[in-house]
Design a protein around this ligand. Structure first.
Ligand SMILES: [Zn+2]
Length: 242
């Protein structure tokens, strides 16, 4: 009798596309007078990098992050998406935009894709990719009624199961939280994870996005620290099982 069944192994990869609001010096002129926008949720995801770092450290997962502002180039959009460049960088000469892609977009996207390809290539391994984000509590005058959003593609069973399990674990630990699925965005909208789903099969790659309400990192203090601890603990419980 041959033993062809391989043990299933899970590999977690953590990414953070909107970790900072840096503007490289060579593009600073395009951002004159934009300090306020850069410091807002439009410039980056407050708290996301702190969260991503904690996940990666506690769960011994590789971490990929960017600290160049999404207003320079939007790492969570596909190359041909109209929102790839912002109002500040869209008017720049084509050569400059190409340089931005070559220096700040492609290296990040390629590094993550390569690492996932390497892990997917290991027999019996399921790659779980967690893309960490935070969302503004009020958008266009509308208050968003959620603390946590878990974004996935409902057609991919591994992602659906992972988000359900994580949501259940979170609500068990923190019944006071509002945890919603595919909120405040749909998991299937254009994004880095959406792109990677087309590269890797659903039974080997599960990519989800975590969205945390920025009211926690912006207020800081004990509530934010407690949320980080609870998210880390429940992620650890639900990211290893298949
Ligand atoms: Zn984000």
């Amino acid at each position: 009798m041959s033993r062809t069944t391989l043990a299933r192994r899970t590999a977690l990869v953590v990414t953070c596309e909107h970790g900072g609001n840096d503007v490289p010096a060579e593009y600073a002129a395009a951002f004159r007078g934009a300090a306020k926008v850069l410091a807002s949720h439009r410039g980056y995801d407050p708290g996301a990098l702190e969260l991503a770092r904690r996940f990666a450290a506690e769960l011994h997962a590789p971490l990929f992050f960017a600290t160049v502002s999404r207003l320079v180039v939007e790492l969570n959009r596909s190359p041909h998406h109209r929102a790839l460049f912002s109002q500040f960088t869209r008017p720049l000469p084509e050569a400059t935009r190409r340089q931005i892609l070559e220096r700040h977009y492609l290296p990040y996207r390629t590094a993550v894709e390569r690492e996932i390809a390497r892990l997917v290539g290991a027999p019996g391994t399921i790659v779980r990719h967690l893309s960490v984000h935070t969302f503004t509590p009020v958008l266009d005058g509308e208050t968003r009624r959620a603390d946590i959003g878990l974004l996935y593609d409902p057609r991919r069973p591994l992602e659906r199961a992972w988000c359900s399990a994580w949501r259940d674990a979170l609500l068990e630990a923190r019944p006071d939280l509002i945890v919603r699925r595919n909120y405040p965005y749909r998991g299937t909208s254009d994004g880095f994870v959406t792109y990677l789903r087309r590269r890797f099969p659903a039974n080997r790659y599960a990519g989800i996005e975590l969205e945390v309400n920025q009211k926690y990192p912006l207020a800081g203090g004990v509530a934010w620290r407690r949320l980080i601890a609870d998210l880390t603990q429940t992620l650890s419980m639900t990211s290893r099982t298949t």
